[in-house]
Structures are given as structure tokens and as C-alpha cells.
Design a protein around this ligand. Structure first.
Ligand code: PLP
Length: 401
């Protein structure tokens, strides 16, 4: 293709994106203090981050990062398998394994790198991957890059999962079957029927990868909310691969897989996103360990309790009658255009809540995704609910509001 037809193709594609109200822009955040962000000089209450416990701004994480920077410098400068593994990485992995009740854990630069790196090397020809329809893009990409057969089941539909398990067992009696789901779903905020999924996994001798990105810090046993939903339900030992990110409630960055020593040994030899990538900076690992320590402390518990109070309070203010399973409260609007108008209205009122559109959610499934944090105050929640009802009563909305 000549460079001029390439330019024309990009222009056409971008034109199409705009026509469908799917254009995106990078908004540059100039400052963040707790629940407040400054964007283009405008102060906004932030309801868009996944910093559920307000740890991204916690002084303990900054101090831990500072100490590690003094000991190791900033960049790790090499892959983990060369000279990139520092005592900070090792201690972080020990702490994750302990919180997850597994023999071992392995950290990656991001959660995306963890799931997309691990699936292609674990699952091969003759194996079957069963994936929830709403599973995160990193899981979909990892599953697609593997040579295994991929089956997608309707969201949280365990009857269909069972049918697919029967089919998979018949088709490859000796192959590996892996079920993949999230504990709290990132765009719908609902919870997987984990107990039932574990039962099925055992009955059909399958493996389970559970992505706890939005559950750690939020769900779990008191003072071990790093345990996530698996920890809360006492199922940690039944989940073969416990996956998650250190970039959301933990307040730092990175991804992890926790599991058996044998699994982790295999991953560190083979996972391409681990082997062929520079180690995360030691300061980032140190900050993540500090975040994890807070989550599993008295202070973290107080923050989580405050978060759950905020969730209940906000739900009652906006008239949602079901009890939320986590800190993600989507307000479904359907049309892209209405979602954009709602986001704009809220922006003008001083709230940052972006419209979530295709391809993050299915077409026609546009929504506002409100994420709550322990640092939101009652007053801010009240003001937000008023701004939402103002928009709901304006002419633009559909009945779905
Ligand atoms: C954010 C997210 C990831 C990716 O983690 P990163 O560390 O941000 O790359 C994976 N799975 C789910 C469900 C997520 O929400």
C-alpha cells in the first residue's frame, strides 16, 4: 500500500469513528489531590478512577518509593531474568502470595501484560478456553493468542458454562480446559457466581483463572481484602490462577499471577511479556507492597468500610435498590449520544465521569461508569446525585435513566 492510500485509509477510519460518536480524546490531568482533579485548569470531583481506597495519593506509598529509589535508582534497566529482579520485587511477590494463600506469585509490568502473556503459553492446540462474554480485553487477547479453541459463554450463565464443559470434555478428553472470569466485572460492576464456577471446575476437572482487578481492596475478609472475592468466600485454594492489577485499589502499578510454585516457575521461563520486558522499577514494586500492606491493615479496613458506606449512601440517593457488589456503579444510557451529553452536563457541574462507549462496552451499551472511593465525602455524593437527577429530568434523556 502506498503511503498516500494509507493516509486516506486512516482519514476514513477516523471519520467513521466520529460519525458514530465514538471519538476519544486524551484529557490531560494537571493535578490530583484525593478526590479532586484539575483538568484544563478546571477543578472536578473525580468519579472515574479505580483508586477505591485513595491509596494512589497515600504518603506511605510515596515514602516506600522514595526509599527504593535511593537504594536502586529509578529504572530496573533489564529483564527480571537478567539483573532486573531486586529484593523489592521478591518481597512484593512474597506478600502477594501470602495474601492470596498461594505458594508463589509473579509480577508483571501491568495486568494486561500478565493475562495476555500467560494464556498463550499455558493453553495450546487441543485445549479449550471458556471465557465470560464480558471478560476484560486483556483476557480476550491472551485467549486469542493461544492456540486453544475459544468458547465464549453468556455473562455469568453457569448453565451455558456447564454445556460448554461437557462439550469440551467430549472433544478433548485429555486436553486442558480453562475457565476464565472476573470477580467484579469492570464495566457492569456485578459479581461472578464464583461458588458455582468452582463446583463446575471441579466436576469437569478444569482450571480456573480469576481476574480480581476490581475486587482486591474492596472484597475479601476483613483485614485481608487483598484476598478479593476468592478470599472472602474461602475459595482461594480452588482458583488455579489468581490474577489482578496493582494499579487500581493498590494505588501503584503492575499486574500479578498467584498460584502454585510449579505454575510460577513455568511462567517465569516462558511468559513472553515477562521474559522479554524490562522489570518494573523497584520503586513501583515498593509502592505496591506499601499499598498492599495498608489494604491488609486496620487502616485499610477502615477505608474499605468507608467505601462501602459511600456505596450504600450513593445508591440510596440515586434510587438504586439492588445492593452493589463492588464500587463500580454503571448508569446505563444506551445511546452513545446521550452518554456524551450526560458526561458533558456532569463535567459542567464539576464532576468527572466519562461516558463509556464501544469498544469498551458493546454497541448500544453506552453508560456513565461511576466509581466510588473511600475519599469521597457525603457532601460530594449528595451534589453528584443532584447533578444526575437534573440531567435525568432534562429533555435529552431516554426512559432508561
Ligand atoms: C484494568 C484491568 C486489567 C488490566 O490491568 P492493568 O494493570 O491496568 O494493565 C485487567 N483486567 C481487568 C478486569 C481490569 O479492569
Amino acid at each position: 500500500m502506498s503511503s498516500s492510500s494509507f493516509t486516506t485509509r486512516l482519514a476514513q477510519e477516523l471519520g467513521l469513528i466520529k460519525e458514530q460518536n465514538l471519538q476519544r480524546q486524551l484529557r490531560c490531568v494537571e493535578k490530583i489531590t484525593g478526590a479532586e482533579v484539575v483538568i484544563y485548569g478546571k477543578k472536578l470531583w473525580n468519579f472515574s478512577s479505580n483508586d477505591y481506597l485513595g491509596l494512589a495519593n497515600h504518603p506511605a506509598l510515596q515514602e516506600a518509593a522514595g526509599r527504593a529509589m535511593r537504594d536502586f535508582g529509578f529504572g530496573a534497566t533489564a529483564s527480571r531474568l537478567v539483573c532486573g529482579t531486586t529484593s523489592e520485587h521478591a518481597k512484593l511477590e512474597e506478600a502477594i502470595a501470602e495474601a492470596k494463600q498461594t505458594e508463589a506469585a509473579l509480577c508483571f509490568s501491568t495486568g494486561y501484560a500478565a493475562s495476555s502473556g500467560v494464556l498463550p503459553i499455558l493453553m495450546g492446540r487441543g485445549d479449550v478456553v471458556l471465557l465470560d462474554k464480558l471478560a476484560h480485553a486483556s483476557l480476550v487477547d491472551g485467549a486469542r493468542q493461544s492456540k486453544a479453541t475459544l468458547r465464549v459463554f453468556r455473562h455469568n450463565d453457569t448453565n451455558q458454562v456447564e454445556e460448554q464443559l461437557q462439550w469440551a470434555r467430549k472433544r478433548s478428553p485429555h486436553g486442558t480446559i480453562m475457565m476464565i472470569t472476573e470477580s467484579i466485572f469492570s464495566m457492569d460492576g456485578d459479581v461472578a457466581p464464583l461458588q458455582k464456577i468452582v463446583e463446575l471446575k471441579e466436576r469437569y476437572d478444569a482450571l480456573l483463572l480469576l481476574d480480581e482487578a476490581h475486587a482486591i481492596g474492596v472484597r475479601g475478609k476483613p483485614r485481608n481484602r487483598m484476598g478479593g472475592l476468592a478470599g472472602e468466600l474461602g475459595l482461594s485454594k480452588k482458583v488455579d490462577l489468581q490474577m489482578g492489577t496493582l494499579g487500581k485499589a493498590v494505588g501503584a502499578a503492575g499486574g500479578y499471577i498467584a498460584g502454585s510454585r510449579q505454575l510460577i516457575d513455568y511462567l517465569l521461563h516462558r511468559a513472553r511479556s515477562f521474559v522479554f520486558s524490562t522489570a518494573p522499577p523497584p520503586a513501583v514494586a515498593a509502592a505496591a507492597r506499601a499499598g498492599l500492606a495498608i489494604i491488609n491493615s486496620e487502616e485499610g479496613e477502615a477505608r474499605a468500610e468507608q467505601l462501602w458506606k459511600n456505596i450504600a449512601s450513593f445508591q440510596s440517593k440515586i434510587g438504586q435498590s439492588h445492593s452493589a457488589e463492588g464500587a463500580i456503579l454503571p448508569i446505563l444510557l444506551g445511546e452513545e449520544k446521550i452518554s456524551l451529553a450526560a458526561a458533558k452536563h456532569l463535567w459542567e457541574q464539576g464532576f468527572y465521569i466519562p461516558a463509556i462507549r464501544y469498544p469498551t462496552v458493546p454497541r448500544g451499551g453506552a453508560r456513565l461508569r461511576v466509581t466510588l472511593s473511600s475519599v469521597h465525602t457525603e457532601l460530594i455524593l449528595e451534589q453528584l446525585s443532584q447533578a444526575i437527577s437534573q440531567f435525568a429530568s432534562s429533555e435529552l434523556t431516554s426512559s432508561s435513566f
